[in-house]
Design a protein around this ligand. Structure first.
Ligand SMILES: [Zn+2]
Length: 446
């Protein structure tokens, strides 16, 4: 404790030029290091800071802002991840840095993280909360991730900020646990567990298929792939800002190329939710996937954002809570077309597939980053209808931004589309290989 305390003070001395106000603020922050944490878990007003691949962890208080939002103390959090914080109270500027990696923020201002100039990411502002710099829990992951260049996510159920990729081991444990537990009946009416996209309407009775347990084959085998080309027909999706490129055409072309590549593997059945320029509702897409008993669902889209600078590929898996503002904007846009009757039980239902969907998303993001040196954002969570309503691991890929001139140019290039299709197909094959490995280990133990 003493050791940490001194460290905190040393840090303040290093920033010696700055006004007394800031020094006292830093000391205020460091007091938390001196307090022995007594509450365990996330519910008692503390959060855990962790790595997936390191043992050390720390506990920080969850602060409540005047806006009633939950915040993490910025200095403590940054300190744990080895990030330096510089604060200029006059200009209200906060700079987080580690090595060459930097994120510049302005207090109380929603900003685009400028850690990577090619892919700014809007996050909720850093604020002064209870006398110290604090970051909203929902933005903490993105902020730390931007500086560490790692996947960092806040897990609300566990009250944990976790840095590092999702590991095969976690997925393995989840799958084994699932195989070991006998199916439990789903609660039919439990209002608190009902999570849906905000709406007045509700779905009547869930179809019997919605309450089915995963087929055993789905746990380990990846044989039947559903490729979903976003939009179509009168729904042309996003439109390019510079050349008027239509999302529906790009998605169909990329989806067809992915299918061709996967079919070459010889052992997969590939089904496309649409093959031509045809309108298909989101509900019909999910029903198509469920009816054909897919083992994986991959939906392909192009992104768009009012901010023309935003660029990069994003891979999403389903969660009722979007991981950040950009994610909720994308989900809103992709859900906008729908005639769908919003869904009850979907969140609960989808939990069965969430870990594998997350893992698939990680594999996919890796593959796309590797093949295209396309900027890699963290995999994101979002309330995408198509992902929530399919009974299989599912992801949605926002290949690139049509609102960004450079990316629209890439999307218009058939060679680039071929490359991203190849990366997507390989991401799927990587995932399959990992699942087969898990299955092999499981069989060997019998
Ligand atoms: Zn779309």
């Amino acid at each position: 404790m003493n050791h940490q305390d001194t460290k905190g003070i040393k840090k303040v001395r290093r920033l010696g030029r700055i006004p007394a106000f800031f020094v006292s603020l830093c000391l205020g922050g460091s007091i938390f290091f001196a307090v022995e944490p007594t509450v365990s878990g996330g519910a008692g007003g503390t959060a855990l800071l962790k790595w997936t691949y390191r043992q050390d962890q720390a506990q920080v208080p969850i602060l409540q802002g005047l806006d009633h939002k939950a915040y993490l103390p910025l200095l403590d959090t940054a300190n744990f991840y080895g990030i330096q914080v510089d604060f200029d109270p006059l200009k209200r500027r906060v700079i987080l840095s580690k090595g060459k990696s930097k994120a510049k923020l302005v207090l109380s201002q929603e900003v685009l993280l400028s850690g990577d100039p090619e892919a700014p990411l809007p996050i909720d502002p850093v604020e002064m909360v209870q006398g110290q710099l604090a970051v909203p829990v929902g933005s903490a992951g993105d902020l730390v991730a931007a500086v560490l260049n790692l996947n960092v996510r806040y897990l609300p159920e566990e009250g944990t900020l976790l840095a590092g990729g999702i590991q095969l081991e976690e997925v393995r444990r989840e799958i084994l646990a699932q195989a070991a537990t006998p199916p439990t009946p789903l609660p039919r009416s439990e209002p608190t567990r009902v999570v849906a996209i905000p709406t007045q309407r509700t779905l009547g009775t869930p179809t019997p298929s919605l309450l089915r347990e995963p087929r055993p084959s789905q746990l380990y085998q990846v044989r039947r792939i559903i490729i979903d080309a976003g939009h179509g027909g009168h729904d042309s999706g996003a439109k390019g800002r510079s050349f008027g490129t239509m999302e529906k055409q790009m998605t169909l072309d990329i989806a067809s190329k992915v299918s061709e590549r996967l079919e070459r593997d010889g052992s997969l059945t590939v089904l496309m939710s649409r093959k031509g320029d045809r309108y298909i509702s989101l509900k019909d897409r999910t029903q198509f996937a469920n009816r054909h008993g897919g083992d994986l669902f991959v939906s392909i889209h192009c992104n768009s954002n009012p901010n023309r600078k935003v660029s990069g590929t994003e891979v999403y898996y389903y969660n009722a809570q979007a991981s950040n503002k950009l994610a909720s904007m994308s989900a809103l846009r992709e859900n906008a077309e729908t005639d769908f009757t919003p869904f009850i039980l979907v969140d609960l239902l989808n939990k069965k597939y969430r870990d594998r969907s997350h893992y698939l998303a990680e594999r996919m993001a890796e593959s796309i980053h590797r093949k295209l040196s396309q900027h890699r954002r963290n995999t994101q969570r979002g309330p995408f209808y198509v992902l929530g309503a399919v009974e299989m691991p599912s992801i949605l890929i926002e290949t690139a931004f049509l609102s960004n001139k450079e990316e629209e140019t890439k999307l218009r290039d058939p060679y680039w589309r071929e490359k991203i299709a190849k990366a997507i197909a390989e991401g799927i094959l990587d995932y399959r290989a990992d699942m087969e490995k898990i299955d092999g280990n499981r069989q060997a133990r019998r």
